[in-house]
Ligand binder design. Structure first.
Ligand code: COA
Length: 107
């Protein structure tokens, strides 16, 4: 083992304002050479459990609309799409990339 970091998962408050602090935002990424090894499942289920422990009422994330692997992972854990921004990113080829907004109600 070479002790390298192969993935990360983050969970942050949308905001510290009283009216928004029930909302947590998740970020997730794994190095490509380690995809398909169930690491995504482990990290994502763990971050949801941490979100419950932290007493968030809703977890949220954004994902590029054509990222079918990630969307499949999020749906597996009952996240639902609630919106889409078709012109969220403008890439170097001057093409727009769409973003899906997903959420999970914890209670
Ligand atoms: C999305 C990502 C986190 C998945 O991680 P992973 O370790 O490969 O995922 P796992 O092997 O644990 O698989 C978890 C689920 O992801 C989905 N999935 C993974 N690979 C897939 C593929 N090739 N096709 C379709 N779905 C796939 C499935 O729902 C799978 O569930 P299953 O195990 O019951 O089949 C990983 O591909 C990644 O880091 N991608 C780049 C960054 C990224 O897209 N981050 C998310 C942006 S918000």
């Amino acid at each position: 083992m070479d002790n390298k970091i192969i993935g990360s998962a983050s969970l942050n408050s949308v905001s510290l304002k009283d009216k928004e602090k029930h909302r947590g935002v998740i970020g997730l990424s794994i190095l490509k050479e380690y995809w398909g090894l169930a690491i995504g499942n482990i990290l994502f289920s763990t971050i949801i459990e941490l979100g419950k422990e932290a007493q968030y009422k809703q977890l949220e994330l954004q994902v590029v609309s054509n990222n079918t692997s990630a969307i499949s992972l999020y749906k597996k854990y009952n996240f639902i799409k609630y919106g889409e921004n078709p012109k969220a990113f403008l890439n170097r080829e001057n093409k727009y990339q769409s973003i899906d907004y997903m959420r999970l109600e914890i209670e």
